[in-house]
Structures are given as C-alpha cells and as structure tokens.
Design a protein. Structure first.
Ligand SMILES: Cc1cc2nc3c(=O)[nH]c(=O)nc-3n(C[C@H](O)[C@H](O)[C@H](O)COP(=O)(O)OP(=O)(O)OC[C@H]3O[C@@H](n4cnc5c(N)ncnc54)[C@H](O)[C@@H]3O)c2cc1C
Length: 436
C-alpha cells in the first residue's frame, strides 16, 4: 500500500472502532507502514442510511492522507454545485414568523416571503458535497487489507502488561485479549476508551437539547415537492425551536433530510427511536406547506436524540498508552456539519506525527503533541456547533432577528473552513522536538 518504504516501527497499534474515524486512521497509518490491527465490535463494517457532508477543507485533507480517499469520496459525492459555492440557502420555514401576507422580512423595500431564499451561506471552492454514509464507508473499506481487521471484538477493558514495556493488554467481550504498544480509541460517542482515560462520569455524553428526524427522499419525488432545482442544492429552513436541512447525496439520486426540534430533556435510554408519521408532523404543524410535504415524504424516518461530550481535559493517557480520536474524543452536535471532518483532521495530524516516530517513547511524545494541538480546535467545534443549532432555531442571542442571523451565519464557519492544518502540524512537530 505504501509508495515508499520507511524504516519499520518498533511499536504496534490497536485501533478500536471502524467508523469514519477508525477506517480513515487505518488508511493513514498503513500508508506510513505502521503495524496495526483494527478491532470492530460489529460483525462487519456498516454505517447508517443517512447523509454526511464534507467541505472543501476536509476533502483537501483527504487528499493529503491519500489521493485514493479523495477519489473514493468523489465517486459517491454529489457533484452539483453553484458558482460561487454555497453551503446552504437559508429560508424561513415557520409560518409563525410571517405576517398575514406571508412576509417575514422587508429588505430594500421588497417583501421577503416565507419559503423564499433569504441569503446564501457561502462555502469554499473545491471538491465538496454530501455522500451516503454507507457508500463512503465502502470506499474507505476498499483501501484496507482484510487481514488488518478483526470483527466481533468488543473492547471492554485495557490493562497494562506486567513486563515493564508499558504495553496495553486489550480485553474483549468474547474473553480474548491482545497486546499492543498503544490503543487509539475511535469507538464513537459511547466510547469505552474514553471512559478508561477520563473515568465513567467525565466521559458521559450529555443531551444537547435537540433531537432530529432523519430520512431520505428519492430525488424525483423531492423535485415534485420543492421545485426542479431546490432539492439538488443544500437548503435550510429556519424557525422557532427547529430547523430543517435538505441536501442531495448518492450522486444526486437521493435527497437527505435532517429536521431538528428542541426539548429540554431526553428520558428514553435509546437514542434512536421509531416515530409515527403523525407525531412527527405534529412537531411541524405550524410550518409551511413545503416543509410539511418534505416531512411527509421521508422514507422510514427515525428520531435521533442528539448528545455531545463535555470538554475532555485530555485525549491521551500514558500507561497503558491510549489516545482518543474522532467522536470518542469530541462528539459534537451536527449543526456546523463538521464532526466527521474533525475526525479526518485528527487522522491527518496523528498519522503524520506517528510517521516520524520510531520508538514507544516517540509514540508517547506524538500522542501528547496531538493532544495539545487537536484538543482546542475540536472542543471549539463542540461549543460552536451547539450555539449554531440554537441560532438556527431562533434561540440564540439574535432571537428571530433575520438580519442579525444572516450576519452571524455567513461568517461563523470561517474558522473551520479556512484553517491551515499545515501550521498545526508544524506546531505539533515542534512540540515533539522540544519534548526531547
Ligand atoms: C444527525 C447528524 C448529522 C451529521 N452530519 C455531519 C456532516 O454533515 N458532516 C460532518 O462532518 N459530520 C456530521 N456528523 C458527525 C459525524 O457523523 C461523526 O462525527 C462521525 O460519524 C463520527 O465517526 P467516528 O468514527 O468517530 O464514530 P462512529 O461512527 O460512532 O464509529 C465508532 C465505531 O466504533 C465501534 N465501537 C464502538 N464501541 C466499540 C467497542 N467497545 N469495541 C469495538 N468497537 C466499538 C462502533 O461499532 C463503530 O463502528 C453528523 C452527526 C449527526 C448525529
């Protein structure tokens, strides 16, 4: 798989979890000839039948990790874009914001009506777009030799091997164990590795105050409901206590729908629950006919309770060596559309640092440098994403002031999309060097 052959490493890694983070990390590490085994609790790789979007900054990182990751992404991404590129076109979807004539805002003497485009949130140029999660995962899986992965391996504990090596002994639910120099936890929001690093209480996810209906609509049906063009580009309908996103996936053959609503608490121990069509429609009873038609047309909608992590004081532990990556480290709400993008960024930085490492001592230094560089940025996303969700739902500091919302929304992704990760990588490399 590697194009050149760097010197062999004197360490051997375990990756826990084969989602977007674990698979991308495995590809990144294998490129640098780093020995690893990926342990996945499920019997095969799999993602849910929903969409996920990646912006141009992330696709550039995919290419740095491996041009094949970018090619895989492009094979399943939606290719329709506007010039200049647009993240979402924003409209009001909630009739309570409109006056008797359907007007939601007066701009330059013109009436802006409910459902009309109010403004675009500009994106950045370059390949980007929405993919069906399962299709993208399939593309990642193709890049990993089957011998790298062990399925039905649910991690339950990690102890230290008593031979002075500091190695980790992984304990699985099936009673087996495995020894590795270090463990990289990519086991998602309900991460066991996070519990081991932070303790059960600190690791626990918290309910974000939002839940979402997720579903897909065949593109031809979506064009009947909206217009010929609208479903082919991302749309956001804002309102009181909720917002509705649509964007094309699966090369434009499906429209992905995520419809958010607010509530104070989530009591159900399950985070994904079935819903009845009538209960779902009741949540949007005061929304426009277009939004109601979108909701009615969703194939098999599910409700997802949206949880996020509280800020972790560290992503790494010394003995046994554990490093957290992706949602295991910083699970976020999806309102900035960047949780999976952060996973990809984590993989790029960590794998680049590990490519330079040759010993277990280097490994520990690399983990600490990764922690210092990645934690501030990824924790900022968790905070900002929650604020974004409240903003779109008229629950932020601007309430339902559409002009103030526009100013805020057009700028708030800049720090995510315009970051130069090569600077972060250089900083991390200096931290490694300075640590002797
Ligand atoms: C509604 C919604 C929309 C989103 N939209 C976007 C978007 O548009 N753009 C974006 O960038 N991000 C988005 N995100 C965020 C994104 O989905 C996540 O950040 C990303 O999928 C996390 O990937 P992961 O690999 O870290 O975790 P996961 O996908 O949760 O993978 C974890 C893996 O670990 C395995 N595992 C768990 N425990 C164990 C164990 N003990 N032992 C072994 N294996 C284990 C699991 O089976 C799973 O395969 C969205 C999230 C939501 C909820």
């Amino acid at each position: 798989m590697a194009s050149s052959s760097p010197p062999p490493k004197s360490f051997n890694l375990a990756i826990i979890g084969g989602g977007i983070a674990g698979l991308t990390l495995a590809i990144s590490l294998l490129k640098h000839n780093i020995p690893l085994t990926l342990y996945e609790s499920a019997s095969q790789f799999g993602e849910i039948g929903a969409g996920v979007g990646f912006e141009a900054n992330v696709v550039r990182i995919m290419e740095l990790i491996s041009p094949k990751v970018k090619e895989g992404f492009l094979r399943c991404a939606n290719n329709v874009d506007r010039d200049p590129p647009v993240w979402f076109t924003v409209r009001v979807g909630d009739q309570r914001k409109a006056d008797g004539n359907g007007v939601v805002l007066q701009r330059d003497g013109k009436d802006m009506k409910i459902g009309e485009p109010l403004f675009d949130m500009p994106a950045r140029p370059g390949p980007r777009g929405g993919v069906h999660r399962a299709h993208f995962l399939d593309e990642l899986v193709k890049l990993i030799p089957a011998s790298t992965t062990q399925f039905r391996k649910k991690l339950v504990d990690i102890t230290q091997v008593e031979d002075g090596s500091g190695d980790a002994l992984l304990h699985f639910a099936d009673g087996t164990t495995a020894q590795h120099s270090a463990v990289i936890g990519c086991d998602g929001i309900k991460s066991r590795t996070r519990e081991l690093v932070l303790g059960k209480k600190e690791a626990e996810p918290v309910f974000s105050g939002k839940y979402a209906y997720r579903g897909l609509i065949p593109m031809e049906k979506a064009k009947e409901i909206m217009s010929r063009e609208e479903p082919q580009t991302p749309q956001m309908y804002v309102g009181y206590g909720g917002h509705v996103l649509t964007f094309p996936i699966a090369n434009g053959t499906l429209m992905n729908v995520v419809a958010f609503s607010s509530r104070k608490t989530w009591e159900d121990p399950e985070w994904v629950v079935q819903t009845s069509r009538s209960d779902m429609l009741a949540d949007y009873s005061s929304w426009s006919p277009t939004v109601q038609a979108i909701m009615s047309a969703m194939l098999k909608p599910d409700i997802w309770a949206l949880y996020n992590h509280t800020p972790a004081r560290t992503y790494v532990q010394g003995r046994p060596r554990i490093c957290l990556l992706g949602d295991a480290a910083h699970a976020t709400t999806p309102h900035s559309g960047a949780g999976a993008g952060m996973c990809v960024e984590d993989c790029y930085i960590l794998s680049s640092l590990l490519a330079d490492a040759t010993s277990v001592e280097d490994l520990e230094k690399a983990f600490r440098a990764y922690d210092q560089v990645r934690r501030p940025r990824s924790l900022k996303l968790v905070k900002e994403s929650k604020e974004a969700g409240m903003l779109y739902d008229f629950e932020g500091p601007h309430g339902d002031d559409l002009e103030a919302l526009e100013l805020n929304m057009k700028k708030r992704m800049d720090w995510i999309w315009d970051a130069d990760l090569s600077i972060d990588l250089e900083k991390a490399r200096s931290i490694v060097k300075e640590s002797g």
